[in-house]
Ligand binder design. Structure first.
Ligand code: SAH
Length: 277
């Protein structure tokens, strides 16, 4: 790691309220952390409920109108559960989740559950995705962020949603079979502003950095340094951190050398792993 001083905590420090410590990162390097911002939940929430527009699905396993209605009731449930950002709700409401799960599981596609997608991985719970996107957008009134990086494409569901809230989305997956699955799943949606990459997301995507948003869909013991470095100043990163006990954390890059972290919630994600398979 460079000589930069990074104001960014590990989860235990956040939970335990420690303000300064050193710990080895994933690569055995030592990172220095100076202060911690832990204030529980993110700031103000808007209270308006979104208009849920009906969505037409073609080539869907579920009958189109039924899927559309079910998707609409899913977003209404998310709104009732406290998701207030209408941009997030509308984005989720435009992506048919059953297209991203095996036909045998499509009956559960609109329930708020994680489901298997193969290779021991899962599609995230809609409520978890909604919470992460809300934190990433920070209550912004702008409909679109500029450039987002997702680590952990999986089946491509969250990537498709991200493409509705950002001008450019890059998503990296380390398991070849899932990278290809995501490509197949996304084909019919014809999303022009989404690029899928096969590789180790712990290295980020330096060739297209910096990002104004980074979202990590798998839990590591800390945020990889490469991702902190590739976050634009003023940018926000949301990641699950921890092994058995995990918390969802928001990291904001406040200056060239300073990152601040906020613990948002407990969570449960598959592990972030190094390398490709
Ligand atoms: N975004 C998905 C969630 C996929 S689960 C959704 O829409 O529901 C998390 C994914 O992270 C898994 O597919 C896993 O293979 C991937 N992953 C774990 N470590 C990774 C790494 N270092 N780089 C890229 N992907 C990784």
């Amino acid at each position: 790691m460079s000589k930069k001083t990074k104001t960014f905590p590990l989860p235990l420090s956040s939970v335990m309220g420690r303000s300064s410590f050193e710990k080895p990162d994933y690569f055995g390097n030592r990172s220095r952390f100076d202060s911690v911002t832990v204030d529980g939940r993110p700031g103000k929430r808007k209270t308006d409920v979104p208009e849920s527009k009906p969505v037409r699905f073609q080539g869907a396993g579920l009958n189109g109108p039924v899927a559309s209605k079910t998707l609409r009731s899913m977003t209404e449930r998310l709104a009732r559960a406290g998701i207030a950002d209408t941009v997030v709700l509308n984005a989720i409401g435009q992506i048919p989740r059953h297209l991203f799960v095996e036909p045998g599981l499509s009956g559960q596609a609109y329930e708020d559950v994680a489901l298997p997608i193969g290779a021991h991985q899962t599609i995230s719970k809609p409520s978890t995705i909604a919470k992460m996107l809300e934190a990433l957008r920070a209550g912004s009134r702008q409909p679109c962020m500029k450039k987002i990086l997702e680590i952990g494409t999986g089946c491509g569901y969250q990537a498709a949603i991200l493409a509705k809230i950002a001008n450019e989305v890059y998503s990296v997956e380390r398991i070849k079979s899932l990278h290809e699955l995501a490509r197949r799943n996304l084909r019919s949606l014809r999303i022009a502003n989404l690029r899928l990459h096969y590789g180790d997301g712990m290295l980020g995507l330096p060739q297209v950095a910096p990002f104004d948003g980074i979202i990590v869909a798998a839990a590591g013991v800390q945020v990889p340094d490469a991702l902190l470095d590739q976050l634009a100043i003023g940018g926000r990163l949301v990641a699950p951190i921890g092994l058995e006990r995990q918390t969802l954390q928001l990291v904001e890059r406040v200056s060239e050398n300073k990152w601040e972290s906020t613990v948002l919630d407990d969570c449960h994600f598959v592990p972030l792993r190094r390398g490709t398979v």
